[in-house]
Design a protein. Sequence first.
Length: 135
Amino acid sequence: MNPLDLMNAVRFFTAALADLRAASVMAEGAAPHAALVCFHCRLAALQMLKGLLAFHGSSAPQTQSVQALLELPALHAALGQAAPEGLLELDQYGDELYLSGALRVAPGEMRRSVEAVTALKERLAGMGYPLPTEG
């Protein structure tokens, strides 16, 4: 493996885990900001998928769409099976809608978003990808 690919993958995975931790902490709060939790879940999923591409020596396209990334043949091969349920729904929590203040998210949507990204993280860790340990 190319050391630069590994370094880029770890950089993406580290950013993804930071966003997932932020989302998880906010979701557990007394009055969670559900839209912000989902926004961070989307960012975490994007970073994990781009890290997966980097690990396999593919450059990550300039996209902010989970769906666009999941449609790449390189990701199909790397994941080995269908993506965890709920990842495609994360695209609805995009920058424009979130930043406009118009995004309204129900608590159930928030929980499903966290669960989807956590499932992706667990799948990648189980497959031996270099996700940094939390600490």
